[in-house]
Design a protein around this ligand. Structure first.
Ligand code: AP5
Ligand code: ZN
Length: 206
């Protein structure tokens, strides 16, 4: 299966992609994690960090290369965080086909609450929330026991900028798949289990 999981920052793409990957035996391909792992790599356009910490998009040339390499080395995958503008969407169409395109819909203020309260594990990438998805011991990863941190771009100011960048660039990608007739909208509110149930139904049908 080739599954695309779309949605604004904080919609739950990371949370749900990890579960999909586990339960359907897919590879989780995420540009956000790939870029964070190479944050300080020098490219001719600057480091990824210089864009990410400001909430801006990393240049297409850098991101397209990451995605092409990741997708070419695996059969079944769930892609999270890409495409984020129409030119990335075109690039993706050129390199692969898609079985399911899922859009996670969540209310705007809920997105801000989810992101500013998010805590992530630096070691294994698991994510938690100070209120909605608490680890069993405060500040400690349930999966691997490492310390949880707040992402550099999860402060309220940068979160608002990420949402603005989403409206300016990524909303058009959603419209593109909607017009093409491939977009399946899923309600992204409710518990992570409820949302997963809805997504799993879509993937099973495709
Ligand atoms: P990226 O890492 O992709 O960030 P994002 O799109 O902003 O998405 P997030 O990871 O913030 O949110 P999510 O939807 O995965 O939500 P999560 O599951 O964590 O990108 C970061 C940066 O990298 C970009 O700003 C850009 O600079 C760069 N970049 C990445 N891709 C790029 C590209 N293609 N082109 C150019 N630049 C690119 O959930 C959020 C929180 O909510 C968590 O705390 C979670 O526990 C909680 N939560 C999840 N589900 C629920 C629920 N159902 N109810 C309550 N809480 C929930
Ligand atoms: Zn961990």
């Amino acid at each position: 299966d080739h599954v695309l999981l779309l949605g604004p920052p904080g919609a739950g793409k990371g949370t749900q992609s990890k579960r999909l990957a586990d339960e359907f035996g897919l590879e989780h391909v995420t540009t956000g994690d790939a870029l964070r792992a190479n944050k300080h790599m020098e490219t001719e356009h600057g480091t990824p960090a210089s864009f990410m910490d400001a909430g801006e998009l990393v240049p297409d040339a850098v991101v397209n290369e990451i995605v092409e390499e990741a997708l070419s080395s695996t059969d079944g995958w769930v892609l999270d965080g890409y495409p984020r503008n129409l030119s990335q969407a075109e690039y993706l169409t050129d390199i692969t086909d898609l079985d399911a395109v899922i859009y996670l819909d969540v209310d705007r203020e809920e997105l801000v609450d989810r992101l500013t309260g998010r805590r992530v594990c630096e070691e294994c990438g698991a994510n938690f929330h100070v209120e909605f998805n608490q680890p069993s011991t405060e500040g400690v990863c349930d999966v691997c026991g490492a310390t949880l941190i707040q992402r550099d771009d999860d402060n309220e100011e940068t979160v608002r900028e990420r949402l603005r960048v989403y409206d300016e660039n990524t909303a058009a990608v959603i419209e593109h798949y909607r017009e093409e007739g491939s977009l399946v909208e899923v309600d992204g509110e409710g518990t992570p289990d409820e949302v997963f149930g809805r997504i799993a139904d879509v993937v099973e049908e495709n």
